[in-house]
Design a protein around this ligand. Sequence first.
Ligand code: ATP
Ligand code: ZN
Length: 287
Amino acid sequence: MSKRNLKIAIQKSGRLSESTIHLLRKCDIGFDNGHGKLKSLAFNFPLEILFLRDDDIPQYVADGVADCGIVGENVLAEAGSTLNIVERLGYGRCRLSIAVPRGSSYREIGDLNDKRIATSYPFLLERFLNEKKVRAEIHTIGGSVEIAPGVGLSDAICDLVSSGSTLFTNGLEEVETIMNSEAVLVVRPDLSADLTETFESLSFRMKAVNEARRNKYILLNAPNDSLEEIERLIPGMKSPTVLPLAEKGWSSIHSVIASEDHWLVVEKLKSAGAEGILVISIDQMIR
Ligand code: ATP
Ligand code: ZN
């Protein structure tokens, strides 16, 4: 009997779609994502990809229509989902925040008492207000929450924010953060043994891609008398590789450094006497 395909639910079109498709491709999973498709079968991995609205993903995974999914943590939390988060994926970062018209007299959370707050996240907002012992009127609306105060529908909003530019354009300012969110990989709890095996291969690849994104491969040449300092700057996964160059008194050093501060490290390496520095992106990294 051939293996059953693992089904993964991903967002059909929206802020997570492009990065999610990119992640699957980086995992070397080949599939056709032609427009308007509801599902697609990978041609080199036992995986079927279901393209869905993000709000539907927690339920589809919980019901077993899909075996796993990629969705924003905010969507899971709003649905009160108890699905297991296997991996945080580092994209789709945002926060669920309360914002009020800029220049309003807001000073503290108690100022929201008896106010009207528009949101698409009534569950999380209500829980937050209860924790803070604030009684406000929650208006649940499906979208374009940021225009609610401007049209007189509410006094404040509770919505997702990333750069804050949408709030700014609408004359709003962020005053409270309810939760931070990013895209996560979730799985249903009762997978069969063969699907568990496939899921583990998939999540192993995703972890390797994620780890690779956080790091860079670096190669450089250095005079031997600066080796000690350079080794301290780029300790690598275990220790850097040091190879003698044909030119006497010089070595070639290979290592791995964190992407987030690699420019700073490169400057220090240069000051320490390094030359011919190459910084290379990594596709997959397994520690
Ligand atoms: P769908 O049609 O699938 O229901 P949607 O309109 O509900 O899509 P998007 O706006 O595409 O959802 O956002 C998808 C996810 O992207 C959000 O749930 C959130 O996790 C993440 N996200 C990141 N930054 C933002 C942002 N500034 N605003 C909204 N969502 C963001
Ligand atoms: Zn949605």
